[in-house]
Write a protein that binds this ligand. Sequence first.
Ligand code: GCO
Length: 458
Amino acid sequence: MTDPKTLASRFPGDFTFGVATASFQIEGATKEGGRKPSIWDAFSNMPGRVFGRHNGDVACDHYHRLEQDLDLIKEMGVSSYRFSIAWPRIIPEGVGWVNEKGLDFYDRLLDGCKARGIKTFATLYHWDLPLALLGDGGWTARSTAYAFQRYAKVVMARLGDRLDAVATFNEPWCSVWLGHLYGVHAPGERNMEAALHAMHYTNLAHGLGVEAIRDVSPNVPVGLVLNAHSVIAGSESTEDKAATERAFDFHNGSFFGPVFKGEYPASLLDALGDRMPEVEEGDLAAISQKLDWWGLNYYTPMRVLADASEEAEFPATKPAPFVGETVTDIGWEIWSAAMKSLVMDLYDRYDLPEMYVTENGACYNMGVGADGEVDDQPRLDYYADHLSVCADLVSEGYPLRGYFAWSLMDNFEWAEGYRMRFGLVHVDYETQERTVKKSGKWYRDLALNFPHGNHKTA
Ligand code: GCO
């Protein structure tokens, strides 16, 4: 087993280790404290959308266990906590009245973190769009981007003084493509026009959000969290290599392009431009404002082959077989080398600011054994493997400033419901008992043994 102290010594003294969660996945209390439904409440309450019709009504009951969970984060030895703020708690109808009780909850969260010496990394949007906004089309409507800007202003005005960093969005790839093209996430659409509108208006919302954050809280570093895909050709054939480039443009370029280059990929515009919404004067300038940082969420590579079938829409690819022998319990291939090649490729292609790994982790569903322990050695091995890659990146001069494990605790895994577990801490959903897993104890040793500050900064 990789010794946590040895691994920790490979990171510079100003590196930050953290844990990550998201509002809809842990809070519960979906009908409390003034909160109104989100698109995920509606989606998870429809038959056939989420495993076992699981929903977020209770989740990890975090809304009622805030202090206990902040103690747990402290016990994990980490210096930072990444969480998301639920728009439906703050402006329950999406626009209009502001819910003071919602702001009070996040006041308590931030005050609790500060009292425990934990740095706060907030995400403004982790997919729980107020359901009322779906009436105007949700993310397919330009008006939603402006509603997001106002939401960002309200949050930063009340909470900005206690935020160490803020991200506008978590993984627009999921809320746009999974939610509007593949139908796997809320709102469950399968329509390219809808998806292309959601793509542009999500990018626009990000830009308007950056403006709002800088206007209200100019000292809070603002970033964007992207689950960039490490797209790997399934063969050396010309067709598959070309397919890989199309897939990179579609899955990464649709967000990295406008945000870091101020333009959509030419291949995307050529293939789908006539089905995109109008890109108005000033949109790309707003979207491409310089960021202070960006976050990478990495789990597994995307291996592709060209799809030559008649009906294949851009990027016209299909999955290629895994190469790695091991897959996690959610069926994702383990291939840590792709995390490194992805970061190198992205810094080659774009002028990127400093970065954090804002999510990395593995799904293993083992429960609590007779001895009261959770032996999740495969998850520990995954973390050791990928953290070693992070240490390599730092030593090779990439501006990687921190790492957040996904996730602090088992939680609502979207369309998989509660059957898939990513936590360093096990949650018994019947009793809400938290049990630190073997991997969590290892990560705690890494974070606690990490000699803060007594290294020269990279
Ligand atoms: C994401 C989300 C998390 C997921 C995690 C495992 O990256 O998809 O941010 O909410 O739960 O990634 O799928």
